[in-house]
Design a protein around this ligand. Structure first.
Ligand code: 5GP
Ligand code: MN
Length: 343
């Protein structure tokens, strides 16, 4: 049995909406990751099985290693089909906001979602949710939004309507947001849920291979390159890796090729805080990814220095300036946070 994490009143409220709704839109955050796509498609499969007109819309493209997911071809990219997406958002009865906690995280879609007269529900696990939804289901203690999707559907009384396809999507999101169940994954109930998903016929080992073992040769060579020039700050138990636009060009970089790089330096003994700086190819900015193990608050660091946020152990942000400047800002941050980085 699972603990009743989501409040009953919210379940009842949302169930009523869904019973009455015809048109439903599911939206998730910019540069969607495994949990954004997994949770959105997990909910999409369920609502589709209830004969709803339901669409998933995300601001921009998602990585190739998620394109095998059942239903992924139906996902609408806002930056490509803006007018059609705007129409769906404006005409929706219900909008489900999955895996993000503030309109800023859906970029160019924010206006359309904010001004739509649809009822809005947030289902998310990022701390400090903004108030833009009528129902806010926010559980930072839960390691993925996909897990929350499973919990929501079950509590609505529809476990039997979760299909194998839906279960695969939910599993993928749970797996990617915990690094293949290597962090934020000590809750016993995660494994109860996995066992329920296995009962739907999913092949969890195949899913692991499809997500984590399908990289290109150039990605592996790129990984070797960034690690060879990694900076380790042993006094601060920290490390930094970076990638400029020019370097991306040298390795035939495609979106997603640097996914997960930020975690690698955490495998060095005593390193508990890592930063990955990547020059963006679309906007004139440096995209920041931060990871920590233990109590070091990446989200505080991201908010203070890089106009970002996120979870305690996994956060991100943006820096408008040169790579050299971004590295300097990071190093100043290390000095300021020295006490928290020593043990
Ligand atoms: P990643 O490093 O995988 O891009 O992001 C890790 C986490 O950091 C995300 O799940 C999200 O919570 C947060 N995050 C990433 N980029 C941003 C950003 O620009 N702003 C905010 N507020 N959070 C971010
Ligand atoms: Mn997530």
């Amino acid at each position: 049995m699972l603990t009743k994490v989501i409040e009953q009143t919210k379940i009842d409220h949302f169930t009523k909406w869904i019973e009455r709704a015809d048109k439903i839109v599911i939206v998730s955050h910019v540069s969607p990751d495994g949990d954004a796509i997994g949770s959105s498609l997990g909910l999409w499969h369920f609502l589709y099985s209830q004969d709803k007109a339901v669409n998933v819309i995300v601001p921009n493209a998602f990585p190739d290693f998620l394109k095998w997911m059942p239903g992924s071809k139906e996902i609408l990219l806002y930056d490509r089909y803006r007018d059609f997406a705007n129409k769906l958002i404006a005409e929706a009865d219900v909008i489900c906001c999955l895996d993000f906690n503030g309109l800023k995280r859906i970029d160019a879609m924010a206006d359309a979602v904010e001004t739509s007269s649809a009822r809005k529900m947030m289902l998310d696990h990022h701390p400090y949710p903004d108030e833009f939804c009528d129902i806010t289901i926010s559980h930072p203690e839960i390691s993925s939004t996909s897990e929350l999707v499973f919990r929501l559907i079950c509590r609505m009384g529809y476990f039997s309507d979760i299909s194998k396809d839906g279960a695969e999507c939910i599993y993928t999101g749970m797996m990617t947001d915990t690094g293949g169940f290597t962090y934020n994954s000590n809750s016993q109930e995660i494994y109860f849920i996995i066992s329920e998903l296995l009962s739907k016929g999913i092949d969890k080992d195949a899913i692991y291979r499809k997500v984590f073992n399908t990289y290109s040769e150039s990605r592996l060579r790129l990984m070797g390159y960034v690690l060879s020039k990694m900076k380790v700050y042993s006094t601060y138990n920290s490390a930094l890796i970076s990638l400029t636009k020019e370097e991306q060009g040298n390795f035939d970089y495609i979106k997603g090729d640097s996914e997960g790089f930020v975690n690698i330096p955490l495998s060095i003994k005593n390193v508990c805080f890592t930063c990955f700086l990547r020059e963006d190819t679309e906007k004139p900015m440096i995209k920041i990814s931060l990871r920590s193990v233990g109590k070091f608050p990446c989200n505080k660091f991201a908010a203070e220095f890089f106009n970002g946020g996120g979870h305690l152990n996994a956060s991100g942000g943006e820096y408008f300036g040169s790579m050299e400047e971004a590295v300097k800002v990071f190093e100043q941050g290390l000095e300021k946070y020295e006490i928290l980085l020593k043990f």
